[in-house]
Design a protein around this ligand. Structure first.
Ligand code: ASC
Length: 127
């Protein structure tokens, strides 16, 4: 899938960067730092729901160790898969909630999705 291992590292870092940017735009509206705009939340949630699926099918394949990725990713593959699956389901839910226009539900979905980001980073990303 990748010409060289560094490309896998670049790919997963790029997808994490994009997720952070688009999730951050939603979080800013959920937290009231930026005025709530339902269409903007949906557009960003569509992107996050898609981008969150990208890194798991090959960008952490064996032999792509590097960057801030901890060795645990390749040791505790079951737990890594569990947390990555949870992110994908959380972001799908986030999109569903975005479309309802319910701001309180959006806050809750942003909070739980952010918890999922954090728990995976705590376990699998070096400082
Ligand atoms: C973000 C981002 C993360 C998560 C995490 C949530 O916007 O870049 O890594 O949210 O900070 O706790």
């Amino acid at each position: 899938q990748f010409a060289k291992p560094e490309d896998a590292v670049k790919y997963r870092q790029s997808s994490m960067f994009l997720q952070g940017q688009h999730f951050g735009r939603i979080a800013a509206m959920a937290n009231g730092r930026v005025p709530y705009d339902k269409a903007a939340v949906i557009a960003n949630a569509e992107l996050v729901a898609t981008i969150s699926q990208l890194p798991w099918s090959g960008a952490y394949a064996p032999g792509t160790e590097g960057g801030k990725a901890k060795p645990e990713i390749w040791k505790d593959t079951a737990r890594f898969k569990e947390t990555s699956d949870k992110l994908v389901s959380d972001t799908a839910k986030l999109l569903t909630v975005a479309k309802t226009g319910d701001l309180d539900a959006l806050k809750a979905a942003v909070s739980s999705t952010g918890d999922t980001c954090k728990s995976c980073h705590d376990a699998f990303r070096a400082k």
